[in-house]
Write a protein that binds this ligand. Sequence first.
Ligand code: ADP
Ligand code: MG
Length: 397
Amino acid sequence: MAKKTVKDVELKGRKVLVRVDFNVPMDKETGEITDDNRIVQALPTIRYIIDQGGKAILFSHLGKIKKKEDKEKNSLSPVAMRLSHLLEKDVRFVSVTRGPVLEKAIDELKDGGVLLFENTRFEDLDGKKESKNDPELGKYWASLGDIFVNDAFGTAHRNHASNVGIASNIECVSGFLMEKEIKFIGGAVDNPTHPYIAILGGAKVSDKIAVIENLLKKADKVLVGGGMMFTFLKAKGLNIGKSLCEDDRIEFAKSLLETAGDKLVLPIDAVVAKSFSNDAEFRQTSVDDIKADEMGLDIGPKTVELFSNALQGAKTVVWNGPMGVFEMENFAKGTIGVCEAIANLDATTIIGGGDSAAAAIQLGYADRFTHISTGGGASLTYLEGKALPGIASIANQ
Ligand code: ADP
Ligand code: MG
């Protein structure tokens, strides 16, 4: 069902609570933000709210807070500065998550003003109030505003006070980033245009069992590469040498191979090496000729061709999980080849998965996909076909 968005509600003069995902990577030594993509992605919603004359009260988690010492390096203070720079506007930073100082700052906020308060997970020090969705905390935060905009897709698979908790107290609508993620990832899961092809890879079968099962139900073809391909190859009776394999998933792989038939497409060749290193000698081989002392670290060129042909004519493509150890140059060609093939299609092309998104960006393909999800865990949960609590708590239209 379509969700209400920030465009469907009156904002002028109102206190607008905005859950953003400012969980940005930071340099451990210097404390500097190393990638501000998540801040950039939140700007359209923030700009819209202030342009409409709303008072934007922003909050987010950052990292994990298990002990007092975690607070300093996980303060949102540097994020407030970066946001102010990007918005070209003052951002009032409040270094607490509740109490009179925060309440006064909110009362003083002018129409069109922006305030960011401290890391919501600071509340985790006292009984995990944020992460366990303590009802009192959600109610308190909700009392600080008139309307709630949830734009934190990266947290949508969590049932926390700063998303679900607030939404159970006041009306919750989606921001533009959340709307976009629902449109593309939700669309690919619930209502894809066919032919629909999924490409799965990454390290482990066990991480992705539910994703494979769900996509086999929805897609016309599922192409499997990455480390997980070897569990499937072993299930077919092939020797996979020292390749990544989960012996306790072989039965599962066998049953999928039986039920999926032609729908599940496996690699025909691989790039193998004697050790897990970019300096190791490597060779291309057919998948039925992997030696006992070799490990598969990428799909081979014939498989890139096989997958590219399988993709022809696709109208929806979902890609999750790199085809090989793309972090090492010698084992990145499979992932590059598949990126190139997807990028050249006339189709809706979507990347869901943290490392896959990183691969596409690192390899220079970011602009050539229709949508790259901003949420690793959230997009995986979505692809598993599960309801995301953060999305379920947004009002329907
Ligand atoms: P995502 O975050 O996109 O869901 P995963 O976390 O499942 O992806 O997997 C990404 C990791 O899988 C990468 O770090 C990559 O190096 C690793 N990987 C891919 N192919 C192999 C392989 N053949 N052997 C070992 N690791 C692999
Ligand atoms: Mg990952």
